[in-house]
Design a protein around this ligand. Structure first.
Ligand code: PGA
Length: 254
């Protein structure tokens, strides 16, 4: 089955709303107008820039998608500092990164919390980008697959096959994030094929449809070899997504 590539920019805690607007305008100028027909392009700014990014995209009819980097699983309530899926959906947000390793590590997000977020996102009509990945220690001690299986099984608990089909999973080995050490295309492919296998134990048909990205030091000069692997459907890009010229080259990998 042919899956449409999806390239997502995860800006993390970077860019003011002014910088965000300039980025989107520069990205538009660097890409051909038909780029979104070939690749789904997703910009995940901080919450404070979502409105700006969304209006710039819509105003110019650019066909890029807007994503958030996190959300709470409740619709509303006394959760100071949090933002709900319903609020994001109202802003025109279509995607949400969930369970990023930085959220798991610095904000103590558990598999159970991530699963509640996945379910709430789907309920609100958002496409979750569910992040999974092993630490260097786990890779070296040979428990990568065990960790991935646990994160996938727990993260997708209660998700129906029709819902899984439209989801995105991001395989991000933690040792490759922000370190300049990219997983080799064959290592990334083998972990991603393993993840697709875990999805297949829920539904073989949905596992063929779910898009699985690689993330971790993706750059303009390594994206093509990663995308040449049969199971890699795109990338979740941190550092290199802060520069419109670099991100445009990643989107335009072919
Ligand atoms: P990086 O980050 O591209 O800077 O390694 C990727 C991510 O954390 O999503």
């Amino acid at each position: 089955m042919k899956r449409k590539p999806v390239m997502a920019a995860n800006w993390k805690m970077n860019k003011t709303h002014i910088e965000a607007q300039l980025f989107v305008e520069e990205l538009r100028n660097r890409l051909k107008p038909d780029a979104p027909d070939k690749v789904d392009i997703v910009i995940c700014p901080p919450f404070t820039s979502i409105r700006t990014v969304q209006t710039t995209i819509d105003g110019d009819d650019l066909g890029f998608g807007v994503g958030a980097q996190n959300m709470h699983w409740e619709d509303a309530g006394a959760y100071t500092g949090e933002v709900s899926a319903a609020m994001l959906a109202k802003l025109g947000v279509k995607y949400v990164v969930l369970g990023h390793s930085e959220r798991r590590e610095y904000f103590d997000e558990t598999d159970e919390m991530v699963n509640k977020k996945v379910q709430a996102a789907i309920e609100a009509g958002l496409t979750p980008i569910l992040c999974v990945g092993e630490t260097l220690e786990e890779r070296e001690s040979g428990v990568t697959e065990e960790k991935l299986a646990r994160q996938i099984t727990a993260g997708l608990k209660g998700v129906k096959p029709e819902q899984m089909k439209t989801m995105i999973v991001a395989y991000e080995p933690i040792w490759a994030i922000g370190t300049g050490k990219t997983a080799s295309p064959s290592d990334a492919e083998s972990s991603i094929a393993f993840i697709r296998g875990c999805c297949a134990s829920i539904s073989a048909e949905a596992a063929e449809a779910v898009r699985i990205q690689y993330g971790g030091s993706v750059k303009p000069d390594n994206i093509a070899e990663l995308m040449a692997e049969p199971n890699i459907d795109g990338a979740l890009v941190g550092g290199a997504s802060l520069d419109a010229a670099d991100f445009a080259r990643i989107v335009d990998f072919a």
